[in-house]
Design a protein. Structure first.
Length: 163
């Protein structure tokens, strides 16, 4: 596995990739418990997947990229991977509730399981768990904190332009 540091408006993110694809986008305060990595990654800022990820994150933060196009190497249970991939179907600038996400997977009673899976989403921003909100529209749980979640939602509404 390979890693590099990406300087984002929300702090330094550690990008991690395998030979297959992007494995993780880790927040400054992330723990091994949230996104366990089997092997310690080796620093490689020239890794093609990491370079593409950094380029696409630059575009996202500049407001010119609405969807990511990256190879992913998602490591989780079948349910977690299904939940994480479903995040990509929430349109840029929109939100969905945990209940709506669960229903979209044909599992309307799995709201808490969806919340738990989203909490372990290893590729935040790329698979946009920040777009999932509580049933009443309130901001709930996010690995980088609710201020970061609000920042990303505001960015997608055109309220921040950074580059």
């Amino acid at each position: 596995m390979y890693c590099t540091t990406y300087k984002s408006p929300l702090g330094a993110l550690e990008l991690v990739a395998s030979t297959t694809g992007l494995v993780a986008v880790l927040w400054p305060e992330d723990t091994d418990a949230r996104v366990p990595l089997a092997d310690a990654p080796v620093e490689d800022p020239t890794n093609p997947t990491l370079c593409r990820t950094a380029e696409q994150l630059d575009e996202y933060f500049a407001g010119t990229r609405k969807e990511f196009d990256l190879p992913l190497d998602l490591r989780g249970t079948d349910f977690q991977v299904e939940a994480w991939l479903s995040l990509a179907r929430i349109p840029y600038g929109s939100t969905a509730t945990y209940g709506e996400q669960a229903a979209s997977l044909g599992r309307p009673k799995a709201v808490r399981a969806i919340g738990a899976a989203n909490g372990r989403n290893p590729v935040s921003i790329v698979l946009p768990c920040h777009r999932v909100v509580g049933a009443n529209g309130s901001l709930t749980g996010f690995a980088a904190g609710l201020e970061a979640k609000q920042f990303l939602l505001d960015l997608e509404q055109g309220e921040h332009r950074l580059f």
